[in-house]
Design a protein around this ligand. Sequence first.
Ligand SMILES: [Zn+2]
Length: 330
Amino acid sequence: MGESTSYAVGIDLGATNLRVVLADKNGKFKIKLSEPTVKTGTSESLISQIIELIERSIRQANIKTEEIIGIGIGSIGPLDMKRGWLLNPPNIPFRDVPIVPRLEEHFGVPATLLNDCTTAVIGEKYFGAGKEHDNLVYITISTGIGGGAYVDGHLLLGKDGNAVEVGHTVVDAEGRLICGCGKKGHWEAYCSGTGIPKLARLILEKKGIKGPEETLILKMAKGDPSKITAKIVFEAAKKRDKLALEIVDLIGRYNAAGIANVIDAYDPSLITIGGSVALYNEELILNPIRRYVIEYAINRIPEIIITPLREDVVLYGAVALALGLERIFM
Ligand SMILES: [Zn+2]
């Protein structure tokens, strides 16, 4: 009788999917919904989609809107963190989307918008492997590479919320590959879902390999180098294709260099790794990192693991924000 309940709304706004959870005060998910992020219309279309998905989750959970106490959003960037606006994301055709003001106006509760990797490290800190750690870094290896960090118990934000853009640190000063951002030699250009095919083509070219009979990678790509994907490289490696194993080892070296930069910059006691490339290829990603990182880092090597929160790590962070567990002062 009269038991008061309250729920947090957590949102993971990605270029591909929009995901929403309702969670209780302990962070336990009550309902989780997902749909493809809208790609047409105006910025209002995106705001409407977010509002409708939240309202649908409230209906399906059979709770009252008044029971919602806050909204947390982990989003692709770039963001205006202080105003809570999404600015001009590269893979969605909207710009200047006032997400926080519109959600606060509609639901009458506080909302917080942070970059998705920063949100993810908050999830790790409050609900994942980072509970006992004051120095913690989360890295995503997905379409791109990004990170979030706590140093001395403080969440790193930076002037615009981009304090841990580690995917754009340089791992190859010769700059043989150009990053999606336009600059040379970035970690993301070699080891992300979009970078790995470019690295594979570079190696094929260097070795003069042209025929599908020479490597399973080309066979799986129907002989067309432009059809190589990160998935093909890892599948071929799992079937012990010699060239694929060599490329996976090289990816591991670049990952180790990137992780070493992270270790030397932030001195964490734990690094957790998520993102689809890592989650689908745990051993092939982790083992070379653990093998080579000592060659690049001077600081003491921390524990390096796959995030136990898996693909929900951003949602957990968004819930932590909605619950006010991590106070963001801007
Ligand atoms: Zn870059």
